[in-house]
Design a protein around this ligand. Structure first.
Ligand SMILES: [Ca+2]
Length: 175
């Protein structure tokens, strides 16, 4: 692909393979109109095909604003975060049924699996529902991994009823 040498733009000196080359004043540019890559580096050994070294904090690569997707790019992290820490992952509905009796009022706390938080929830009353009202359905104030559902008898009844509570649990990114 590369010939024996590519001329550097700023001083006209050749690019010599196998030696250290230095471009002092301005960027050396390769411009072409091709359907394939302009530059192709193939390393048949165990090492990388390209190494970019920059000063601390400087961007190692820059692309133009309308650039498309980098095909087959396998990036492990974005903005220092693992994929499991970005957006919403691992959505899971966790349910818990409370005591089946006539006690009023009563609550059920649904706990998400370790590492997950409850981003939503709700539930239903099972049994004699006529006189039962849900008065609380919320994330636990002191524990974001739990959802609370509470209900009471609007008119006292001897009938049994049970809270069937659900929590929508997800792996959430680190704030
Ligand atoms: Ca009762």
């Amino acid at each position: 692909m590369l010939g024996r040498s590519v001329r550097l733009a700023d001083d006209g000196k050749p690019f010599i393979l196998g030696q250290a080359n230095s471009a002092g004043k301005q960027v050396s540019a390769l411009v072409a109109t091709l359907t394939g890559p302009v530059l192709k580096l193939t390393n048949k050994g165990a090492g990388a095909a390209l190494q970019l070294q920059v000063a601390a904090g400087a961007p190692p690569i820059k692309v133009n604003a309308v650039a498309g997707r980098a095909i087959n790019l396998d990036a492990d992290k974005l903005d220092g975060r693992d994929a499991s820490q970005i957006g919403v992952n691992g959505v899971e509905l966790v349910s818990k049924r409370g005591a089946d009796n006539s006690t009023s009022s009563k609550s059920v706390q649904v706990n998400c699996p370790a590492g997950k938080i409850a981003v939503g929830g709700g539930g239903r009353i099972v049994g004699t529902v006529t006189n039962i009202a849900i008065h609380e359905s919320r994330q636990h104030y002191g524990d974001p991994s739990a959802w609370l559902l509470s209900a009471h008898e609007v008119n006292s009844t001897a009938d049994s009823w049970v809270i069937d509570a659900d929590a929508v649990c997800v792996l959430a990114g680190t704030p």
